[in-house]
Design a binder for this molecule. Sequence first.
Ligand SMILES: *[C@@H]1O[C@H](CO)[C@@H](O)[C@H](O)[C@H]1NC(C)=O
Ligand SMILES: *[C@@H]1O[C@H](CO)[C@@H](O)[C@H](O)[C@H]1NC(C)=O
Ligand SMILES: *[C@@H]1O[C@H](CO)[C@@H](O)[C@H](O)[C@H]1NC(C)=O
Ligand SMILES: *[C@@H]1O[C@H](CO)[C@@H](O)[C@H](O)[C@H]1NC(C)=O
Length: 236
Amino acid sequence: MEPPSAPAHRGHGHWQRLLLAVSLLTFWNPPTTVQLTIESVPSKAAEGKDVILLVHNLPGRLVGFGWYKGDRVDSSQQIATYVIGRQVIIPGPVYSGRETIYPNGSLLFQNVTQKDTGYYTLRVIKTTLLTEVGMGQLRVYHSVAQPSIQASNTIVTEYKDAVVLTCLTRDAGISIQWFFNNQSLWLTERMKLSQDNSTLTIDPVRREDAGDYQCEVSNPVSSSKSDLITLAVSCE
Ligand SMILES: *[C@@H]1O[C@H](CO)[C@@H](O)[C@H](O)[C@H]1NC(C)=O
Ligand SMILES: *[C@@H]1O[C@H](CO)[C@@H](O)[C@H](O)[C@H]1NC(C)=O
Ligand SMILES: *[C@@H]1O[C@H](CO)[C@@H](O)[C@H](O)[C@H]1NC(C)=O
Ligand SMILES: *[C@@H]1O[C@H](CO)[C@@H](O)[C@H](O)[C@H]1NC(C)=O
């Protein structure tokens, strides 16, 4: 960055000092100040579980702190304020009764729901009345329900018939895997999965395809297998 040319009057020395001060403020992080960071534990939570937003590098000598829902300090979205001297929690407009603020700044959420997913902002107020702000994210996922499995036909003839197996689920944001005789399905050149893995086509079917099929849906916090469906393959 080129500094702007200093005006040629007696403010010259002052300008230089000011520029130096600005560049120090901008580019020099004193080793004693570390960034306030917020970590969600666990980073991905299942609905109904507890999640804590841990505060790292909380500065010393604080008056108190406030937690806000959202990615900024907005008093209408205040969850609660903690006053260190009095060790009291003052609930804010969006306090749900499931939140606990610890003296170290961390925020515990009990029994989270998907509605809790989002950003959370912490503002700390120091005894100097300067403030510092940090932001963290909470990700809550539902537990997937058991999928069901359907087959176009379960009694088929070798070399003649094709079979389409379908994994049915109402859950969104999931991935699907297939199992054959209780092992991960090994795809042969006669098998095709749809783009989202929800349908498995075997065309033509062969004797070695006879057995038990099952699908499994999973998301970052849970997984569930369908019941077994048995494919019988007869010879021509
Ligand atoms: C803050 O306190 C809570 C409750 O005692 C604890 O679980 C958590 O680990 C503490 N956070 C940090 C960052 O030490
Ligand atoms: C958790 O929240 C759900 C609804 O959000 C409620 O039905 C359930 O009773 C709560 N469980 C506990 C242990 O508070
Ligand atoms: C589809 O299945 C394959 C193999 O089982 C797996 O690696 C992949 O992640 C799955 N993709 C989706 C979108 O579920
Ligand atoms: C797969 O596991 C189920 C239950 O765990 C069992 O009933 C079934 O016989 C197994 N199938 C094979 C082919 O091993």
